[in-house]
Design a protein around this ligand. Sequence first.
Ligand code: SF4
Ligand code: SF4
Length: 138
Amino acid sequence: MECDSCEVNNNCELQTVANDLGISDHRYNSPKQHKGIPRDTSHDYMRMNLDNCINCGRCVRACDEIQGSFVLTMSGRGFESRITTDNDMTFGDSSCVSCGACAHTCPTDAISDVFQSKSAAIDKKLEQLVLIVELVVT
Ligand code: SF4
Ligand code: SF4
């Protein structure tokens, strides 16, 4: 797998499950797979990389049920199913309000943001920041 070069390496739910199960490679390279969907970098804050989407649908529920924006949909059937924004618009042209709920719940880097806030490095920085704040206020 190509985890080393991924933004959420060492901070990925899918990677954790694969490691727990001893899976180091995927077996479904032919005849059909989901690779090849171009990254959507049209949004000012959000990023979409559907190459790494596992079609779990969590982002759709987060956008609908937490944010109430109904931007994301699972469209198509079978191998053609994939996440789309509004009526297949680019993320940047969609009605997304940049709340980040979809990125927060996405178990891979399929939806993230320009700040790479799902990366292990940012998580560590946040932990340090919380420690500093706790030291200051106590
Ligand atoms: S960031 Fe946009 S697409 Fe994601 S949950 Fe919020 S409104 Fe929906
Ligand atoms: S939450 Fe992430 S992996 Fe799951 S369907 Fe949405 S984009 Fe794909």
